[in-house]
Design a binder for this molecule. Structure first.
Ligand code: SF4
Length: 332
């Protein structure tokens, strides 16, 4: 039996061994695994950040931005084939361009993609807080087809945890950044992700996290228990928080967020939103507003008895009812 070994960036050689054409696979008609109306659009691979708990740089290597022309061409082909929403992903979107062009160019890429006919929504997933390029918010304000949405995993809030996590930021800088982003794009939906039970996280650290979550009122928030990954810097520390305490802390944070999400959603009752329909499930068409990413955020459930909405179409929906994480509405 012939065994071959490839690195994570060896796509060209893998395709060659499989008899596929590199240019066709990468630049040509891309096969979507999502419904055709939205696409996860990878703009870079790898990561240059030193986060202590994360094994991704070890597995994926250094940050490598895809050339802008290549991305614009890929977006044109996707749009031609019916893609309306590009969800820009990378381990760290905000680093885009630095390796390739010597400067951050995420704002320029956003504008170039926004010019592609047929692309109605562009969404940013996974921004890094340290060195955040504020100019991307100008692009967000300028262009109607750039969603006022930002997914920025912040991981923790206390200075000692952020320092041990090697996040290159502090509590005050984090608070200031969130305020600046909200000042610049007042109706932005911000999503973040947090880790509970990182080595050495004291009850005091956790209380501070709880207070900050309650005060900041993120639109969306995910929380995970710390996982002790081999070969990471944090693996040299003692994984000293018992699993049940980690889980209890996650549950406590999510309970706070549930209340925040419920209140935010109640304010949406009576408002009309542009909704992209993803699927039909039972008696409902299920879609999302520009403030929601697939799988992780709120869904808008439209009673199918009140009107028809094809998959991949945009409809305007008046919100009639709201729960913790979902909205119910009718087509107007
Ligand atoms: S957590 Fe994100 S930014 Fe930090 S090293 Fe991992 S992939 Fe990079």
């Amino acid at each position: 039996m012939l065994m071959l070994f490839f690195g994570t960036n060896d796509l060209q050689n893998i395709l060659h061994e499989l008899g596929a054409n590199y240019k066709h696979e990468l630049i040509g008609e891309r096969l979507l695994t999502t419904p055709s109306h939205f696409a996860y659009f990878k703009i870079a691979e790898g990561c240059n950040r030193p986060c202590s708990f994360c094994a991704i740089p070890l597995m994926r290597g250094k940050h490598m931005s895809k050339p802008m022309e290549e991305l614009v061409n890929e977006a044109k082909i996707l749009a031609k084939n019916g893609t309306k929403e590009l969800i820009l992903i990378a381990q760290d979107l905000t680093y885009y361009g630095l390796d390739l062009y010597g400067v951050r160019k995420l704002d320029e890429l956003m504008r170039r993609l926004s010019d592609v006919p047929g692309i109605e929504w562009i969404r940013l997933q996974y921004a890094y807080p340290s060195g955040f390029p504020m100019e991307i918010l100008d692009a967000m304000n300028e262009r109607d087809n750039i969603c006022k949405y930002l997914d920025m995993p912040l991981q923790h809030i206390t200075d000692n945890m952020l320092k041990s996590m090697r996040r290159g930021t502090t509590k005050q800088k984090t608070i200031d950044l969130v305020n600046q982003i909200r000042d610049k794009v007042p109706n932005i939906a911000m999503r973040t992700t947090l880790i509970c039970g990182y080595p050495g996280e004291t009850e005091y650290d956790f209380q501070e996290m709880k207070e900050w979550v309650a005060e900041t009122k993120f639109d969306r928030l995910g929380c995970f228990t710390y996982s002790h990954e081999e070969k990471t810097h944090a693996h040299t520390l003692v994984d000293d928080i018992p699993e049940e305490v980690k889980q209890q802390r996650v549950d406590d944070i999510m309970e706070i967020q549930q209340g925040i999400s419920f209140d935010i959603n109640q304010d949406k009752i009576g408002q009309i939103f542009k909704v992209l329909v993803d699927k039909k499930e039972g008696d409902f068409f299920v879609g999302r507003t520009e403030f929601d990413s697939p799988e992780v955020d709120n869904e808008v459930l439209i009673d199918a008895a009140t009107g028809y909405a094809a998959n991949g179409s945009f409809v305007h929906v008046k919100i009639d009812r709201a729960e913790d994480f979902d909205l119910y509405g009718t087509i107007v």
